[in-house]
Design a protein around this ligand. Sequence first.
Ligand SMILES: [Zn+2]
Length: 268
Amino acid sequence: MERGSAAAGSGAAPAPAEEGEGCAGLWELPVERCERRPECGRCSRPQKVCLCPFLPIHPLKVSICLYIIQHPAEESRVLRTVPLLAACLPPDKCKILVGRRFSEDRYPELATVCRNPNTLILYPGAEATNLEEVAVMSSSPSVMIIIDGTWSQAKDIFYKNSLFRLPKQVQLKTNISSQYVIRTQPTNTCLSTLECAAVALTIMEKNTIIQETILRPLQALCSFQLQHGAQIHHSKEHLLKNGLYDKPMPKNKRKLRRMELLVNNVKI
Ligand SMILES: [Zn+2]
């Protein structure tokens, strides 16, 4: 499987727009104020489209703790799935670290977690074991690290931080298609971070209720967006295979090769 979303950040988060900041010289104009729309404190959605009615009343009971390593660009996206994931879990079971670089000096707690033999990192590749196989083994994992960002952001975070190559690397061998239809995914089986977490927790905790509960707000989000004019984004794979890809083909040979692989169902 491929990760759809993968990210992290320290201090790179966009500061809430101060009144007037960035608007120098525009004071006279009777335009909207450059403020963010008020957000719901629980789901981080604009208050008018709050998804809290679709969240569980009580956080799910899970034994595994998730560490979401979030790329700074992901934090500022309009459609974010990680706040919805966090809202489904107890606060001590879902930790979010935003950044690109995670050194042992600056993140001693994370370093300890990475050195723990019971920690897993969800990142697909030749070295990764299928999570289903890990789940049947005796030792019970206590922490799972997931990278939240685009495919290339996740790759950068995984390979440029030696800490992330310490835990056992696992991947999801799943056939489920992404329900996150608003955002273009590279392949049909490319899951959002929330979907990855839902599937992974369900496998590890052996409880399908987890997946249903975590995916409910995502389904609500997608149907809401679609009702309000968002277009279904088919994956690049779907568009290419059906001759619907309307963007210029990349000039870069490596990128072109990647797209050929997508069409021919080769895992990249
Ligand atoms: Zn809400």
